[in-house]
Write a protein that binds this ligand. Structure first.
Ligand code: CUA
Length: 340
């Protein structure tokens, strides 16, 4: 940058481009379908977070616009006359006073929004233990008849607070359902608490929001919010033992499952498979996706997953079973898909 008198001013386009880029980014961000968007809230906590986001964005844009306008003024318009007065007052006002006032107002406003976000659900609320595991989610509903375990699939009743108890079995993960509320870390050796409420029925997607290793980006889960009666029916079905195989192929799959040692890691309640290391598969056939939100749940994808989990999800601990004959792999998939 030169301050030689008479040098040509920089083209105005240089200052306009960032404005246009920012506007395009905002439009693109709001163009999501809403299943995993914090900009499409489906509950009071997410609405608060979104309100705070808009105020912070507004304050940030105000500060940025002020500073950008002063920069344009100094570089383009008032270029040849750099004098201490009254320039000094622009610097003190725009560079110190304005950001301090705006940021203080935003801080006070933001702090005021926090208490309801960290409050527990009332005693007696539905309670779900959520464990982060590399790279999937273990969910355990506390019920009067004992825990009901699922994996990578969460159903929640609408219009009532749900208490989550967040834990980790290995490294730090972060539990986040963007349309329902803010994210909270899952820390080994510790139990964090989060209350969420959904105020409309829908299907959403949750994600891990803390980098946790090779397949961090492949650690997601399906969320269904539904009226209480539908939720009760779903939970009762999840609590029931696995369905018996109804075809010869599925029966072969069940035998292959037990013979191949799958039950050392996976439980299928109602069968001898009672492993606790991996996801509970008692009702795996009814889940929308497999591999923690990785692939649509169908027989072809189940075969792909069982044959080479590591090829689809780097670092996955499940061993490959591509040594099994194709017919047995397919039978396994048919059996698992039948476990609704
Ligand atoms: Cu778990 Cu990132």
């Amino acid at each position: 940058m030169s301050d030689r008198p008479g040098a040509a001013p920089p083209p105005a386009g240089r200052f306009v481009a960032p404005f246009v880029g920012g506007a395009v980014a905002v439009v693109a961000a709001t163009g999501c379908d809403g299943t995993q968007s914090a900009l499409a809230p489906a509950g009071p906590a997410a609405e608060r977070v979104l309100t705070l986001f808009w105020w912070m964005l507004g304050g940030g844009v105000l500060i940025w616009a002020t500073v950008a306008a002063l920069a344009v003024y100094a570089i383009v318009i008032e270029r040849p006359k750099y004098e201490l007065d009254p320039t000094r007052w622009w610097v003190i006002g725009g560079g110190v006073v304005a950001p301090t006032v705006i940021l203080t107002v935003l801080l006070i406003y933001g702090l005021g929004l926090i208490p309801p976000l960290v409050r527990d659900a009332p005693p007696g609320s539905l309670t779900v233990e959520a464990d982060g595991v590399r790279w999937w989610w273990r969910f355990r509903y506390r019920t009067p008849d004992g825990p009901v375990e699922t994996a990578n699939e969460l159903h929640l009743p609408t219009d009532e607070p749900v208490q989550f108890l967040l834990r980790s079995e290995d490294v730090i993960h972060s539990f986040w359902i963007p349309p329902l509320g803010g994210k909270v870390d899952m820390i080994p050796g510790r139990e964090n608490r989060l209350a969420l409420e959904a105020d409309r029925a829908g299907t959403f997607r949750g994600a891990c929001a803390e980098y946790c290793g090779a397949s961090h980006a492949l650690m997601n889960f399906d969320v269904t919010t539904q009226p209480r009666e539908e939720f009760d029916a779903w939970l009762a079905a999840q609590a029931a033992p696995a369905a018996e195989p109804t075809s010869e192929t599925a029966a072969l799959g069940a035998r292959v499952f037990l013979r191949s040692g799958c039950g050392a890691c996976h439980a299928i309640r109602g069968t001898p498979a009672d492993g606790v290391v991996g996801p509970d598969l008692t009702h795996v056939g009814g889940r929308p996706t497999i591999g923690a939100g990785l692939l649509p749940n169908n027989e072809a994808n189940l075969v792909r997953w069982i044959a080479r989990p590591d090829g689809l999800k780097p670092g996955a601990e499940m061993p490959a079973f591509d040594h099994l004959p194709k017919a047995e792999l397919r039978a396994l998939a048919v059996y698992l898909k039948s476990l609704k």
